[in-house]
Design a protein around this ligand. Structure first.
Ligand code: CP
Length: 302
């Protein structure tokens, strides 16, 4: 993985996913290691973030590296009209690796083509969020003991949800059965279902969250993302389509876990938070170890 870009989850192989998860487990056991002390990593966030930026920066600090970057592009020369091309050319003069979030789909691929240092996509529009996927996989592995042959429900905004797009592609390598639960307006795009068709994986599509929940190993809830809608009326129509409540989990497998990339708005009621099925805050903590693994693998120190 040394010097590779991580723009799409498909940039890594199944063996590379497993290596990242193995490293994440090592970092979880020993999260303070001075192995990035000669590296500068740039975190460029052109779109808001809490978890992704802070967990990357926590990971870098924990491994002794240094961070340069911004969390508000309004305070950079992008606001004077500097192009993404020129910004990336500049920053790759200053840093050994670039972590970038940007609202435009394809922006991370463009950055990787321009940059002289590796680029890690921290989310590009509705397209991909590969580092989220690796921490999701780490969370699934930790809670289920395996990645193979699981039943994963994906619920909510499957059209614009970059986390579910990346997760589907990665978990399709592990004989997953997917259940896509969404309003008609927010169905999983055909291109992603084609990935499953091509390898002969079964999936189910429906609108009713209560159906088949007892079969779930993982319920992956997602937020309906107001910022991706061009029509505010359409957003109002679907924004509260699914609200997971504690009593809905009564018949679920004991080992079933509820994941959510967060932030949540209304889609998981707070009465789920102290249920043994809730795992979303632990999932966010796993982001630090997984991002330590990604950075150290790409920088070639592990
Ligand atoms: N899961 C995630 O990407 O969260 P942030 O938007 O807070 O980074």
């Amino acid at each position: 993985m040394k010097n590779k870009n991580l723009v799409s989850i498909t940039d890594f192989t199944k063996a590379e996913y497993l290596r990242i998860l193995e490293l994440a487990a090592e970092f979880e056991k020993q999260p303070r290691q001075d192995i990035l002390n000669s590296y500068v990593i740039s975190t460029l966030f052109f779109e808001p973030s809490t978890r992704t930026r802070l967990s990357f920066e926590t990971a870098i600090n924990g491994l002794g590296g240094r961070v340069v970057g911004f969390s508000d592009s309004g305070a950079t020369s992008a606001s004077k009209g500097e192009t993404l091309h020129d910004t990336i050319k500049m920053v790759s003069n200053y840093a050994d690796l670039i972590v970038m979030r940007h609202p435009l789909e394809g922006s991370a691929r463009l950055a990787s083509e321009v940059s002289s240092v590796p680029v890690v996509n921290a989310g590009d529009g509705a397209n991909q969020h590969p580092t989220q996927t690796l921490l999701d996989m780490y969370s699934i592995l930790k809670t289920q003991g395996t990645l193979e042959n699981l039943r994963i429900f994906m619920v909510g905004d499957l059209k614009y949800g970059r986390t579910v797009h990346s997760l589907l592609q990665a978990m399709s390598k592990f004989n997953t059965t997917f259940y896509f639960i969404s309003p008609d307006e927010l169905k999983m795009p055909p291109a992603y279902k084609l990935v499953l068709d091509e390898i002969g994986l079964n999936y189910y599509e429906g609108r009713d969250l209560n159906e088949f929940l007892d079969e779930a190993d993982i319920i992956y809830m997602t937020r309906v993302q107001q910022e991706r809608f061009t029509d505010p009326i359409e957003y109002e129509r679907v924004k509260n389509a699914y609200i997971l409540r504690r009593e809905m989990l009564d018949g679920c497998k004991k080992t079933m876990k509820v994941l959510h990339p967060l932030p949540r708005v209304n889609e998981i009621h707070t009465d789920v938070d102290d249920s043994p099925h809730a795992y979303y805050f632990d999932q966010a903590r796993n982001g630090v170890y997984t991002r330590m693994a990604i950075l150290s693998a790409i920088l070639g120190v592990k």
